[in-house]
Design a protein around this ligand. Structure first.
Ligand code: HMG
Length: 384
């Protein structure tokens, strides 16, 4: 049975702040953010873009009327939920006009849950040959102004259509997951921002990757040369690189190291200009890789998914010949390039208005061809 990613797209809100400006405003050497952390720009969402509107904006372009009839389940993976009870996917299902006899759920495990959603979709489709599942990873990474995590914020959504006979990436039956109880990053329900032990979070990420890579290679007998490239969860571009380097040891040939490191750079092109989008980060990285790296038919990509707390998973996908036709590089580059730059003061204003729920659409809804859906207001706890 061949199941995998048939379509994928993303949406990043229309505003960003430069990491150099942010560093200067915080009296930090800009190189710490641009080189040490490896980020150039940070996406900033206006009050009118939350996980639901971003999810719709990510998915709406890629879905045909036929897809909407075939989608039997909508899963939203997020850690920025807007309701403790109602799944964000219900509103997304409604706004996208997906046929009514569909399941809608929301999944949570920090940045990992989009991978759980994809694996669930794969199992769900195994006895439904004509059906499809829409997976949306949508998040707003917020640590607070002047906080240690501030340079690793971001916002955005990735949408993926999972189906039989996919046209982009076949999901192979080789996934290995690993869970360990660690307090590296978490957000108790009473808290607006996450509690983070930054140094521990970096170590926990690397430990998860190393443990999984050992187990994965033992079970599958695969090695580095079985893959054209690797894709990582990217809280910041230096993080994946740091973890990757731990397995590119002295025993690995220089040509392999260089090939894989070059591909890694292609995989973080978009993330470098966006920041952390939590559940969507790995899949934004996958889009970046597919749109910026030259592959040959059938090559394999190894993916490492990680969510603090912590759950990690390594799995692989095989490229489907002709996958390029399913991508939209020009539109994606234009979406990222045409964003408006905010001063640090404006970014702080946006940040505080989001916390206070102050809608000011005139300022936010400037000419933006990529933002089709936005949150207008919330009245009596009902979203409009
Ligand atoms: P920090 O304490 O501000 O920075 O925290 P640092 O001291 O760790 O420095 C960062 C890097 O910049 C270091 O490089 C410095 O050497 C370097 P490293 O030693 O790590 O290779 N540096 C410089 N480089 C060049 N020129 C300079 C300079 N100065 C310093 N002048 C941290 C940084 C990322 C920890 C913080 O921002 C944070 O807590 N962020 C949030 C947590 C996070 O992103 N953790 C990542 C792993 S956990 C994860 O991925 C899960 C997550 O996505 C959540 C989820 O699952 O839901 C976060």
């Amino acid at each position: 049975m061949i199941i995998g990613i048939d379509k994928l797209d993303f949406y990043i809100p229309n505003f960003y702040v430069s990491m150099t400006d942010l560093a200067k405003a915080r009296q930090i050497e800009p190189e710490k953010f641009t080189i040490g952390i490896g980020q150039t720009k940070m996406a900033v969402n206006p009050v009118s873009q939350d996980i639901i509107s971003m999810g719709v904006n990510a998915a709406q372009n890629m879905l045909t009327e036929e897809d909407k009839k075939d989608i039997e389940m909508v899963v939203v993976a997020t850690e920025s939920g807007v309701d403790h009870s109602k799944a964000a996917s219900i509103e997304i299902h409604s706004m996208l006009n997906i046929q009514p006899f569909a399941r809608c759920i929301e999944m949570k495990e920090a940045c990992y849950s989009a991978t759980a959603a994809i694996q669930l979709a794969k199992d769900f489709l195994s006895n439904r040959p004509d059906k499809k599942v829409l997976v949306i990873a949508s998040d707003i990474a917020r640590y607070g102004l002047n906080s240690g995590g501030e340079p690793t914020q971001g916002a955005g959504a990735v949408a993926m259509l999972i189906s039989h006979n996919p046209r982009i990436l076949t999901l192979n039956d080789d996934s290995v997951a690993h869970t360990t109880n660690v307090y590296d990053f978490w957000r108790p329900t009473s808290e607006k921002y996450p509690v983070v032990d930054g140094a521990l979070s970096k170590d926990a990420y690397i430990d998860s990757f190393n443990t999984l890579w050992n187990e994965y290679t033992k079970r599958t007998k695969y090695g580095l040369n079985d893959f054209e490239s690797f894709c990582f969860h990217v809280p910041f571009t230096k993080m994946g690189q740091k973890a990757f380097k731990t397995i590119l040891s002295e025993n690995v040939e220089d040509s392999t190291k260089n090939r894989l490191m070059d591909a890694y750079q292609d995989s973080v092109n978009y993330n470098r200009d966006v920041g952390n989008i939590y559940t969507g980060s790995l899949y934004l990285s996958l889009i970046s890789l597919l749109e910026n790296h030259e592959f040959q038919d059938d090559q394999k990509i190894c993916l490492f998914s990680y969510g603090s707390g912590a759950v990690g998973e390594i799995f692989s996908g095989s490229l489907v010949p002709g996958y390029e036709k399913m991508l939209d590089k020009e539109r994606h580059l234009d979406m990222l390039k045409s964003r408006k730059e905010l001063t640090v003061e404006e970014y702080e204003h946006f940040f505080n208005r989001f916390d206070n729920g102050e809608f000011d659409l005139e300022q936010e809804l400037t000419q933006d061809p990529y933002t089709k859906v936005y949150l207008d207001s919330i009245e009596g706890h009902i979203r409009n």
